[in-house]
Design a binder for this molecule. Structure first.
Ligand SMILES: Nc1nc2c(ncn2[C@@H]2O[C@H](COP(=O)(O)OP(=O)(O)OP(=O)(O)O)[C@@H](O)[C@H]2O)c(=O)[nH]1
Ligand SMILES: [Mg+2]
Length: 153
């Protein structure tokens, strides 16, 4: 079982799409292990987006992610990093395939609705940035035996 960090970005909450996005992840079979709504501050945005600090779009990115509340989630499942990225679609919503979250709901790379960690290493780093270990729920769902091949449930 793998974990990844998801952020439902400010545009998604402002547009009333948080529920739809969470539903898509749940419908895929992924399990939510932690969920928190809050306002990302400048310091957390800087740590989260440290890899982009030299990019020309860095200021826009930080201004956007701190502009309004987000929902951060830890999501788990087999190959969760890759599965979430595929469910999100390409970074630029105009290039994202129909059927993906960005491909169905977005038009601008600056407002692309959802973040998902891009590797297992990023996921481990980002989950630590956003959640205390005690906030991550360890549990199984009755349905896991129909969703997760290696489930003990
Ligand atoms: N304006 C602009 N924004 C960009 C560009 N590339 C990336 N971004 C923004 O920066 C965010 C982080 O970029 P990446 O980490 O490369 O893309 P990603 O992994 O698909 O997106 P995240 O899941 O949000 O991290 C993206 O979600 C975009 O909102 C760009 O060329 N121009
Ligand atoms: Mg990224």
């Amino acid at each position: 079982m793998e974990r990844t960090l998801v952020i439902i970005k400010p545009d998604a909450l402002q547009r009333g799409l948080a529920g739809v996005i969470i539903s898509r992840l749940e419908q895929r079979g992924l399990r939510i292990a932690a969920l928190r709504m809050f306002h990302i501050d400048e310091a957390l945005a800087a740590r989260h987006y440290a890899e982009h600090v030299e990019k020309p779009f860095y200021r826009t990115l930080v201004d956007f992610i701190t502009s309004s509340p987000v929902i951060a989630a830890v999501v788990e499942g087999p190959d969760a990093v890759e599965v979430v990225r595929a469910t999100m679609g390409a970074t630029d919503p105009r290039k994202a395939a129909p059927g993906t979250i960005r491909g169905d709901f977005g038009l601008y790379i600056t407002q692309n609705l959802i973040h998902g960690s891009d590797s297992r290493e990023s996921a481990a780093r980002e989950i630590k940035l956003f959640f205390e270990d005690s906030e991550i729920c360890r549990y199984s769902r009755d349905l896991d035996r129909w969703l997760f091949e290696d489930s003990q449930a």
